[in-house]
Write a protein that binds this ligand. Structure first.
Ligand code: ANZ
Ligand code: ZN
Length: 860
């Protein structure tokens, strides 16, 4: 007896490895992306991981969500591509090299091997034939190739610029990697440095990146809002103020570029960007960023020391601090003046660090009466405040704060009386006539700085030749291989480790053959991850990064799943790449050049309400869960309780409960097995009654509810609860009699297994096999997703009796959910009731839903 029980018990540790091996051997999840297939392609992608060492629960949640979507779509008849790979360049590998002396490559591959094993033990339906690793030559060769295509299009360029320098990582960071003045990785205060660096011209796509967001209904609003704020377009004007008094150039300031402005001595001008040209007559001073090219020219000898000191101090102030609201605004007078373009008045020019060098033109026309920062600044330094806007065009005075709203102009010459909106147009037009201004659209988005002074990344394929200048590495010479780690000095401070490897650095110029040197910076790893989703479609191509025809067939990714932390960085870079590559003709014809059609951003995994962290000691190790309960329980649990988009709270009691539930499912099927025949056709509703009908109906209600929850933004938590309801309803049935096979129960079990299959793939397959179906029809994962029979969802009609003073007089049928008012109206509509009521006076009507309508009458 006990041996039979054991044999029939749910044993994930036996089931799971067995089916994983069988699926792999059968190539169940392999896709031929090039083959003709009757099914529609469906590309389901989860963000590939960095091989940090081990999976954490956040990975488990992310990849379970993606996997369940992929499996459902496959059952729904799509040709599903679900690949996996490794974002395997990056700093931790290099830090391991520095701290432990292991080669980054060895460290990385060891981690990949371990984590791949974990993913396999979780039973994800990946096509492992397509695995890519961004750190391998067969991948980074194409990252370099793509860099060269961007270079050819003028979308990759080098310039000296003030950059964000992380003193801990000893490398520059992109703007997107600086969060509140600190490094996104280690939180170190970021310093400003001037370095010559490579950039990708993301700003060339600013409009498309912004406008296309409105063509992505499948993206969360939150992500779109974050991207919109990051790109931020404003409409305004550029205005020129001719410089009046030129001081002798002060050599101490050195040559500066970057900030705009005419450098020619003859008609130097300060160009400003303003969103409020309607306030032009209120300008009382100009403010230049400390880095502005004209600072030295404008500074008078008397002011030189003060200005120099001020600019020096501003250099290292983080941008956040410079612009933060509430921080006192500081500045210094240059001694110089510029001419107001319409009034001809002399306007003093100041240097102020609240003006940022890289935004607009790096210079501001200050209007203290109508801009809060300028107001504060003017008060601090005793500068004039001139009111030029009020609500009605009459002076209201500017007292304790700036009037920043739109309104009607005053003190503005010919423009008095105009409202702000038309004044903007008119004033800009008047400036344009004089060649002193024009409309200008401005973006907050800046170009993407891609140079990194690191070893473990894709080398930038550029050579510098003393006679030919900057020479791209010829495509035939790709990849530019990373040298062996033993040759590298990883601790070289402030410069690229690659610069320490002579045989890497020195190379003949591809153009003249003379001695030349290689670029020693590597690319930001976000470059590698900006195109991996394209490589997955064609991962073994040795001729090119991917075949455009395959991209046209498989892209955009139908469902992308990943963390909200990538809302700006990765998602925007990938969109930029897609657009640039599409314009270079590399992607075939995909409709709006967007890489990801639908995006699901999952919430965090917490432990008992707190963030999991090593320091709190509350990290749940996926390996432990796998060992104790198996993958199916882990998968089932992580989908329960919260919708995918919300945070999920891990509770040990919750896992335990899920495990018991799966045991219950197993037992139910084992108990019923004698009366099951899954080859029977679905029963006909019309022939069913009693218990059979109840089972049949519960089954269809589950199909319908679960399918709707999936359509509705993948609400898997309610899918899980509906599966529980179905199982509870079935378990409450009287014990099946061994005598006869029951079509309803057979149908119910077949359906339950199918509905369970995407979430608990191993258990579903094991039960499918146990009931003899695997041998007949193949894997459960190749079966069709069940569809609900609408007739089974309509509840049976009930008979309602109609009474007069408690005596039965008529009957009619109604749906069980008909309201009191419905029932009363139906009763009143009956001819019999109408004739009985004629000439009587109705005292009241009593309605008992589902039962009766009683008219209380009094003879007239
Ligand atoms: C005059 C003015 C009057 C302004 C007024 C505002 C209000 P957004 O909307 O973010 O594009 N500005 C321009 N360049 C700047 C820089 N490099 N650093 C700091 N501030 C800069 O902001 C544009 C406004 O920010 C511009 O319009 C300019 O101030 C300031 F009643 O010009 B305004
Ligand atoms: Zn040369």
């Amino acid at each position: 007896m006990s041996s039979i029980l054991q044999q029939d018990a749910y044993a994930p540790t036996l089931i799971e490895p067995r089916w994983q091996a069988e699926w792999a051997a059968a190539g169940l999840y392999a896709v031929d992306t090039a083959a003709n297939d009757d099914r529609l392609p469906f590309y389901c992608l989860s963000m590939f991981p960095y091989p940090s060492g081990r999976l954490h629960m956040g990975h488990v949640r992310n990849y379970t969500l993606g996997d369940v979507v992929a499996r459902i779509k496959r059952m729904q008849g799509f040709n599903v591509l679900q690949p996996m790979g490794w974002d395997s360049f990056g700093l931790p590998a290099e830090n391991a090299a520095i701290q432990k002396g292991v080669a980054p490559e060895a460290w990385t591959f060891e981690n990949i091997d371990y984590m791949r094993g974990q993913l396999q033990r979780l039973g994800f339906a990946y096509d492992w034939q397509r695995e890519v690793m961004t750190c391998r030559e067969d991948y980074y060769k194409w990252t370099q190739w793509l860099f060269l295509q961007l270079y050819k299009q003028g979308l990759a360029y080098k310039k000296e610029a003030p950059v964000n320098w992380c003193p801990v990582d000893q490398t520059v960071l992109a703007n997107e990697q600086v969060i509140e003045g600190r490094c996104w990785r280690d939180g170190a205060l970021v310093e400003r440095k001037r370095l010559s660096q490579w950039f990708f011209k993301t700003t060339a796509y600013a409009d498309v990146l912004l406008d296309n967001l409105d063509t992505l209904p499948g993206w969360p609003e939150r992500v779109k809002t974050m991207q919109k704020r990051w790109i931020e377009r404003s409409y305004g004007s550029r205005v020129k103020f001719i410089v009046r008094r030129l001081a002798q150039p002060a050599a101490e300031f050195g040559a500066r570029d970057g900030a705009q402005g005419n450098q020619g001595a003859e008609n130097d001008f300060i160009e400003v960007y303003t969103t409020r040209p309607d306030t032009l007559f209120g300008v009382t001073y100009l403010a230049l960023a400390p880095e502005h090219a004209l600072v030295d020219k404008l500074t008078t000898p008397e002011q030189r020391d003060a200005v120099l000191a001020y600019c020096e101090a501003a250099k290292n102030k983080p941008e956040m601090e410079r612009v933060a609201e509430g921080k006192a605004k500081t500045g210094v007078f240059t001694g110089g003046y510029a001419t107001h373009p319409l009034t001809g008045e002399a306007i003093p020019v100041w240097v102020a660090d609240y003006v940022l060098a890289e935004y607009g033109t790096g210079a501001v026309m200050a209007v203290p009466a109508h801009d809060s920062r300028d107001f504060e600044f003017a008060n601090t330094y005793g500068l004039a405040v001139r009111e030029v806007i009020s609500s009605d065009g009459k002076s209201a005075g500017i007292n304790s704060e700036a009037y920043t709203a739109y309104g009607v102009l005053l003190n503005s010459g010919a423009f008095n009386g105009l409202d702000s909106e038309s004044a903007k147009t008119e004033i800009t037009k008047s400036l344009d006539d004089r060649g002193l201004g024009a409309r200008k659209t401005q973006y907050r988005l800046r170009d993407w700085l891609v140079s990194r002074q690191r070893f473990w990344g894709a080398p930038i394929p550029i050579i510098y030749c003393p006679s030919c200048g900057t020479v791209p590495v010829p495509e035939a010479q790709l990849p530019v291989k990373l040298p062996a780690a033993v040759d590298v000095d990883f601790k070289a401070k402030g410069k690229s480790p690659l610069a320490s490897v002579e045989h890497f650095v020195n190379t003949p110029c591809p153009s003249c053959g003379g001695p030349a040197t290689r670029e020693t910076d590597t690319m930001d790893t976000f470059v590698c991850s900006s195109w991996y989703f394209l490589r997955f479609v064609d991962p073994h191509n040795t001729e090119r990064p991917f075949d455009p025809a395959l991209i046209a067939k498989w892209l955009p990714v139908d469902q992308y799943v990943g963390g909200i932390e990538h809302a700006i960085l990765h998602l925007m870079y990938a969109r930029f790449f897609m657009m640039a590559l599409a314009d270079a003709g590399l992607t075939g014809s995909i409709s709006n050049q967007e890489p990801f059609k639908n995006l699901l951003t999952q919430g965090m995994v917490l432990k008992d309400g707190a963030k999991m962290s090593k320091s709190k000691g509350n990290v749940v190790d996926p390996d432990e869960i796998l060992k104790t309960y198996g993958a199916d329980t882990a998968r089932f649990f992580i989908l329960s309780d919260s919708p995918p988009q919300a945070d999920f709270d891990w509770k040990d009691s919750g896992v335990e409960g899920c495990f018991r539930f799966l045991q219950k499912v197993w037992r139910l099927v084992v108990d019923w097995q004698p009366v099951l025949d899954l080859t029977l056709p679905e029963p006909d509703l019309a022939t069913l009654s009693g218990e059979q009908k109840a089972v049949y109906r519960a089954t269809h209600q589950a199909i319908s509810g679960i399918s709707a929850d999936i359509e509705n933004a993948f609400q898997f938590n309610t899918v899980v609860s509906k599966l529980r309801e179905l199982v509870n309803a079935l378990s409450a049935m009287p014990k099946a009699s061994d005598a006869e096979v029951c079509a309803s129960r057979s149908f119910a079990v077949a359906t339950l297994i199918k509905l369970l299959a995407p979430i608990c793939p191993h258990m579903a397959e094991a039960l499918w096999e146990k009931l003899g179906m695997f041998a007949r029809t193949g894997s459960i994962h190749t079966q069709a997703w069940p569809s609900a029979n609408p007739a089974a969802l309509v509840p049976d009609a009930l008979t309602i009796v109609v009474q007069f003073n408690g005596k039965l007089r008529a009957e009619f049928t109604a749906s069980p959910d008909a309201s009191k008012a419905d029932l009363e109206a139906s009763a009143l509509a009956l001819p019999k009731v109408q004739s009985l009521l004629a000439g009587q006076s109705l005292v009241k009507t009593i309605v008992v839903p589902g039962k009766l309508v009683n008219f209380v009458i009094k003879p007239a």
